[in-house]
Design a protein around this ligand. Structure first.
Ligand code: KG4
Ligand code: ZN
Length: 413
């Protein structure tokens, strides 16, 4: 704390110092907790500070998106180097924005699983360094739990609820029963939808269009799809149509899209850095096919929850989160499904759907309030590249063989 007696302030500086001290006193005398959250599981260095009433006091996100766009994908060593370079300035900037120091922090929440090991390691090491230096406990965070729960910062979504998490690294359906209790209903057996959007966009060379050059693949495809005039010229399959479970598969769909792209490139004799004339239609067809698959599996998950009393009638809620949840076409399609099945649907604001520090700090706060996972023996903490979300009901879903008839959706692009 600043010692006023030993400092000579000009009136302006004094006013500012007084303001800072008042802020500080307000927090400490009311004994408010502040949680620091650190996220480095993939390619974004994120940090946030949240007070115990859920107010974000400071947040910083250093994205590596442009570097990875240039490299044609995430190179783990490069991602690690960038996290190493940015972690300290990112945390410092967040503390400054919140106008507090580490002594005001009650605990440090940090993503330890799942994710790229080299990236996770940087967040963990820095969190441990801070924890030792300032004598703070660490709250380990599961990245997917954080994606699922951050919606509760903005909306009143009581447990239990169904959640669809769709990102660049994951695709899963789960029931969130409590802060630390999840039931996994299904997950992707190969790629994640964001990864497929990114690969298709790269192969279509959308980056060569100035308008899309700074966007991630999913966003570029969403924008291009809006300009489609005849998306139905491309026929794409419904993945896993015969499998009566809640798992996902995107590789077959990706191959079909790339095959159609290749055919059109041949027909038009497209040069190396040029795009096919039908690119907007193919983007729209891709988006619609991915949405159809997501709707189909979510519909079955809702039916499974109802048959097994996992979601009571007064809690029919679907939470959709992860980077791909930013997609308005996908969200509108899911909204139509929910309207039909009498479910309420929620998604965090877009900047909280993609990776960020706020969701980690929020998850830390939810655990702090409940006294869950507050670790002082730092040696016990380690990273995990793979980590399933909660207890698996996947086999039970497969056994149930619910014959879900694909719900017909008509949503404007
Ligand atoms: O959650 P996230 O930031 O990182 C992971 O944990 O993967 O998600 C990033 C993914 C990227 O693959 C990106 O293409 C996708 O989210 N994404 C979108 C949109 N915005 C981001 N996909 C579809 N439509 C969007 N508007
Ligand atoms: Zn994520």
């Amino acid at each position: 704390m600043i010692n006023l007696r030993n400092k000579c302030f000009t009136p302006l500086v004094f006013r500012r110092a007084k303001y800072n001290i008042n802020n500080h006193l307000k927090r400490t005398t009311r004994n408010l907790s502040c949680l620091l959250g650190i996220e480095t599981s993939c390619d974004d260095t994120g940090c946030a500070i949240i007070s115990d009433n859920g107010e974000v006091l400071g947040e910083t996100l250093k994205s590596q998106n442009l570097m990875h766009l240039r490299n044609g994908g995430i190179i783990p060593d490069v991602a690690q180097d960038l996290h190493r370079k940015y972690i300290e300035p990112t945390v410092d900037k967040t503390l400054q924005a919140a106008n507090i120091s580490m002594s005001d922090i009650s605990a440090i929440a940090v993503t330890l699983q799942p994710g790229l090991p080299l990236s996770l390691a940087i967040g963990m090491k820095y969190a441990k360094h801070l924890a030792r230096k300032f004598n703070k406990p660490i709250i380990p965070i599961h990245h997917m739990e954080a994606h699922a729960l951050v919606v509760r910062k903005e909306y009143d979504v009581p447990f239990p609820f169904l959640t669809l998490l769709i990102s660049g690294g994951h695709c899963l359906l789960a029931v969130a029963q409590d802060v630390n209790k999840f039931l996994l209903l299904g997950e992707s057996m190969d790629s994640a939808p964001g990864e497929v959007f990114d690969k298709i966009a790269r192969r279509m060379k959308l980056r060569n269009v100035p308008e899309y050059s700074q966007m991630c693949g999913g966003q570029a495809i969403e924008m291009a799809a809006k300009k489609a005039t005849n998306p139905h010229m491309f026929k794409l399959p419904l993945p896993l149509a015969e499998y009566k479970d809640c798992n996902f598969s995107f590789n077959g769909l990706k191959t079909s899209v790339l095959y159609q792209l290749h055919k059109k490139e041949k027909v038009h004799n497209v040069e190396a850095d040029k795009l096919i004339p039908e690119v907007n239609d193919l983007c729209a067809a891709t988006l619609m096919a991915i949405s159809r698959h997501l709707i189909h599996r979510t519909q079955r998950a809702i039916e499974f929850c109802s048959k097994n009393d996992l979601i009571p009638d007064n809690k029919k809620q679907l939470v959709v989160s992860g980077g791909v949840a930013c997609n308005n076409y996908i969200f509108k399609s899911l909204t139509m499904l929910c309207n039909e099945l009498d479910y309420a649907i929620f998604r965090p604001t877009p900047k909280l759907c993609t990776d960020n520090g706020v969701m980690i700090a929020w998850n830390g706060l939810e655990k702090w309030r409940r006294n869950i996972d507050i670790v002082t023996d730092l040696k016990t903490l380690d990273i995990k590249a793979q980590s399933p979300l909660g207890a698996s009901l996947v086999e039970k879903v497969i056994e149930a063989r619910i014959p879900t008839k694909l719900f017909k959706i008509k949503v404007n692009l």
